[in-house]
Design a protein around this ligand. Structure first.
Ligand code: SF4
Length: 417
């Protein structure tokens, strides 16, 4: 199914009255969708039915997700003006899905000096960014307090920029290197200027799957401990899943069930971001453990299911133009999504894994796609404060080309992000 077919598919669902689609769906799915639209929490079994819905059941599920999105967060499509900075690609962890990592002796390995990172932040600020998002490889030669010192350096020059940085894997590594406990370490980063943490390195929160993907990576218990510790300390995080590799549908449902249970306790997740696995340039693909995606509806299944299953706990569902491409990401706005991610300005991890979506999306393009979907684009802060007063007349606010070189020599596939 090509992009035009996919557009026609969701447009037809959008144009069809809900009751018509419900009459075509199975009795089981009908009951589950009515339960969700009536604000009752779905069980994992019910979630599994929705995530694996096909045919008429999937069409009704997508329509219900779109209705739930409209009821819960309205017609605004939010986005953040941000810059991604993947400050090093040197990493010893060896995740099988990662095309980004390099050994330090490889010719295209890099570890940016602070001056280079500061120049990128300056460039981002000059282009209107309110956030820098920083993640990198797990560099064995990293000075123990590198993450803290980087925060201090950035904040001393750019006190207003929100720093969204350091995955739970990096937090685990930083805590080990400094011999600090998680609460002490995260509090230190918060005091140094850390605004929020990406809920990446989640992949699939099941240790049997993680053993296949990366046996050295932060395990489920540590991921949960780091995330909940951050929330307790007042440091919000995003939440993510990487899907479309070796996992099965039950792993996906259990993953979202775990995120939902964390959110009930801490209320610390700002959003949920499904990240489709990009298979090219990955060991998993070369070993034959994954195949190119065969199910053209997988992304729509994921977004629609996530909107309904997380309903009442996580309102913001972010589409990933980096993984899907901008045009397909726009299609998912009609399957439950309300957030278009950020401008990024530079992105190395997915590009190195074979992603072809590019590294930058101008605000104008997000606004065009929102309008085409009958919605309105609104800039937000990292923590979802709407920045109405920053919006230029007619919704057009082009961003100048980057003045800083991009890290095109980084890698491909899915990575820490
Ligand atoms: S995903 Fe992150 S931790 Fe894993 S190998 Fe890649 S850079 Fe290293």
């Amino acid at each position: 199914m090509n992009l035009d077919d996919m557009r026609r598919y969701v447009d037809e669902i959008e144009a069809t009255p809900f009751n018509v689609l419900m009459n075509q769906a199975s009795a089981d799915v009908r009951a589950i969708l009515l339960k969700s639209l009536d604000y009752h929490e779905l069980t994992p079994d019910e979630g599994l039915t929705l995530y694996t819905a096909q045919g008429d059941d999937l069409r009704a599920t997508i329509k219900a997700a779109d209705l739930a999105r409209a009821e819960d967060v309205g017609e605004e499509v939010t986005y953040v003006v941000n810059r991604n900075i993947n400050f090093t690609n040197i990493c010893f962890v060896g995740c099988q899905f990662c095309g980004f990592k390099r050994q330090k002796w490889e010719s295209d390995a890099y570890d940016h000096a602070d001056a280079t990172i500061l120049a990128k932040v300056a460039d981002a600020v000059a282009r209107g960014a309110t956030e820098v998002c920083m993640q990198g490889g797990i560099n064995p030669d990293m000075p123990a307090f590198k993450y803290r010192d980087l925060l201090v350096a950035i904040k001393s020059h750019f006190p207003d920029i929100h720093i969204h940085a350091f995955s739970p894997m990096e937090i685990m590594y930083g805590a080990r290197r400094t011999r600090m406990e998680y609460p002490e370490y995260i509090a230190m980063l918060r005091e140094a200027g850390l605004g929020s943490i990406p809920g990446t390195a989640a992949e699939i929160l099941d240790d049997s799957v993680r053993e296949i993907l990366s046996h050295k990576k932060v395990d489920v218990a540590a991921w949960v401990e780091i995330i909940t510790t951050a929330h307790t300390l007042g440091v919000p995080t995003t939440s993510t899943i990487m899907y479309g590799h070796v996992e099965n549908p039950l792993h996906v449902v259990n993953h979202l069930d775990l995120l939902r249970s964390i959110q009930k306790r801490t209320h610390g997740f700002t959003e949920f971001v499904p990240l489709r696995f990009i298979h090219e340039n990955t060991v998993l693909f070369r070993k034959g453990l994954v195949k190119p995606p065969a199910n053209p509806f997988l992304d729509l299944q994921m977004y629609a299911f996530a909107r309904l299953f997380l309903r009442g706990q996580i309102d913001n569902l972010q589409t990933s133009w980096v993984k899907l491409g901008v045009d397909l990401a726009a299609v998912t706005l009609k399957a439950g999504c309300n957030d278009f991610s950020g401008t990024l300005m530079e992105e190395s991890i997915t590009a190195q894994a074979g992603g072809t979506a590019g590294e930058f999306v101008a605000v104008d393009l997000i606004e065009d796609h929102a309008r085409a979907a009958g919605r309105v684009a609104v800039e937000r802060s990292t923590l979802y404060k709407k920045l109405y007063d920053r919006k230029a007349p007619n919704g057009a606010r082009p961003i100048a080309p980057s003045l800083q070189p991009l890290d095109h020599h980084a890698s491909g596939g899915s990575g820490c992000g």
